[in-house]
Design a protein around this ligand. Structure first.
Ligand SMILES: [Zn+2]
Length: 287
């Protein structure tokens, strides 16, 4: 067991974690030693950043190239009215600094691209995809598959959300000689092999989204990341959770690794993110 280094202030701050057997001082230490890259400081990123910071994740990276607009504030609750016009990464970093001095924040005011994804993701234990477009979503998936990086996925559309977790822990499993599927976990492309053609999905700004919806979905993503870092509980691995706010239903469907997946299948077409054009289509997720 590693030496415990929680000081008195931390034992107080995290006392409701520490008193639970499933976490304890050792689990809290793991969180404090953990690092998470949050891609997008919008609707999904806001609650994720807030709860990850409150939980004492020791280092948070925040990637976003946007500035805060007033129309964001209906759902992007890490930002305030005074932040309109400021870079979202700065506004989010200020929020975290005010909430929890244990958390170091790295801000990246840029758009994630095939050219920078390796440098950014390589610095962190886990990636939380809070992006608002298919290009970033597929880029993150492909990079995380190719590097074995765990990735929390969330997406929203009007009144509906979906969440799953990709540990990308394939442990060197090979398909057996019969070509049967392995026990390997699926990736995003196993479920949705290709991004929709640009223009075939509604424009994100005109579709609208229930403001509280990304709060629910982003919180579930943060829950999965905390569980992953703790090494506790049953992750949403191989399961896609679908949330319908209007019907107030949560449904979980099993998702399997696809041996014909273009990135994690038996004969992958994608061997480098440099091989793929990720630009284009707008999101179904309206961040
Ligand atoms: Zn796959």
């Amino acid at each position: 067991m590693s030496e415990l280094r929680l000081d008195a202030t931390q034992l107080d701050r995290y006392s409701r974690h520490v008193i639970m057997d499933e976490i304890g001082p050792e689990g809290q230490q793991r969180l404090l030693e953990g690092s998470v890259l949050v891609v997008g400081a919008g609707g999904l990123g806001s609650p994720a950043i807030q709860y990850l910071a409150a939980a004492g994740i020791g280092r948070l990276g925040i990637v976003d190239d946007d500035v805060v607009e007033r129309s964001n504030l209906q759902r992007q609750i890490v930002h305030g009215d005074d932040d309109v016009g400021r870079p979202k990464v700065e506004s989010a970093a200020d929020y975290v600094a005010a909430l929890n001095p244990d958390v170091d924040v790295d801000t990246y005011e840029m758009r994630l691209s095939a050219a920078n994804v390796a440098d950014l993701v390589g610095e962190y234990d886990v990636v939380l995809d809070a992006s608002d477009n298919f290009g970033t979503r597929y880029l993150l998936n492909d990079h995380c598959v190719l590097t074995g990086t765990p990735l929390s996925h969330g997406a929203i559309y009007r009144f509906e959300g979906q969440v799953t977790m990709f540990t990308n822990d394939r442990g060197g499993n090979e398909a057996d000689s019969e070509g049967e599927a392995t026990d390997d976990p699926p990736c995003y492309r196993c479920i949705f092999p290709e991004a929709p053609e640009p223009g075939t999905v509604p424009d994100c700004a005109t579709t609208g989204v229930l403001g509280v919806l990304p709060g629910t979905v982003g919180c579930i993503q943060a829950t999965e990341v905390v569980k992953y870092l703790l090494g506790k509980g049953d992750l949403l691995e191989g399961r896609l959770l679908m949330y319908d706010a209007m019907g107030m239903t949560f449904d979980t469907v099993d998702v399997l690794q696809n041996p014909e997946c273009p990135v994690c299948g038996d004969e992958p077409e994608i061997e480098s993110v440099e091989d793929v054009a990720y630009e284009g289509s707008c999101s179904i997720s309206a961040d």
